[in-house]
Ligand binder design. Structure first.
Ligand code: AMP
Length: 190
């Protein structure tokens, strides 16, 4: 069983790569951003709660996000493993995930980070905003705020997983196929 955290700033290509990797390794892909967007679209209580945070590019509060993630994992009891995309994003989310998996006799196999320079990220996100309809991709101020959230709350998770010898950095610049094969080389050895 492989449980992979796909890591990197907004626009790094986590979602794109997860689509390929989930098929190759038969893993369940959980994107917390996608689950929130689904709930917003369907006007659920969770969606209403998450919307204002997301629209501004702020993180949704930990407790809400952690409960949602646990429910997604519990909904897939027969999974061969998971790709966590966009989660954890804070140290308390990472702690909660470790404890939660330990309670199931499971653990994170590795965190793989897609490394992409910031100017390229902004360009990718603004481009995506033209077709994604995502309000947080269409406004450069919101994009910058998401980077601030990433730098101030999420980037420290590199240390968190490095301390467990579970951090792997990958060059996230190149064609989609090139980046997939870089990721596969790491995942094959996890
Ligand atoms: P993403 O689709 O990963 O870019 O996430 C879009 C937005 O969803 C983020 O800017 C946050 O507002 C929210 N979000 C997604 N995942 C998390 C998380 N793990 N913790 C808090 N907020 C999250």
């Amino acid at each position: 069983m492989k449980n992979i955290v796909l890591f990197g700033p907004p626009g790094a290509g986590k979602g794109t790569q997860a689509e390929f990797l989930k098929k190759k390794y038969d893993l369940i892909h959980i994107s917390t951003g996608d689950v929130f967007r689904y709930n917003i679209k369907n006007k659920t209580k969770l969606g209403l709660l998450a919307k204002s945070f997301m629209d501004n590019g702020d993180l949704v509060p930990d407790e809400v996000t952690i409960d949602m993630l646990k429910a997604e994992v519990n909904n897939n009891p027969d999974a061969n493993g998971f790709i966590f995309d966009g989660f954890p994003r804070t140290e308390s989310q990472a702690d909660a995930l470790d404890r939660f998996l330990k309670g199931k006799n499971k653990e994170i196999s590795g965190m793989i980070a897609l490394e992409v320079p910031e100017n390229l990220l902004v360009e990718r996100l603004l481009n995506r905003g033209k077709t994604s309809g995502r309000p947080d991709d269409q406004d450069e101020n919101k994009i910058r705020n998401r980077f601030n959230e990433y730098e101030s709350k999420t980037a420290i998770l590199k240390d968190y997983y490095q301390k467990q010898n579970k951090y792997f950095g990958v060059d996230g610049v190149g064609s989609i196929e090139e980046i997939t094969s870089r990721l596969e080389k790491i995942i094959d050895n996890l």
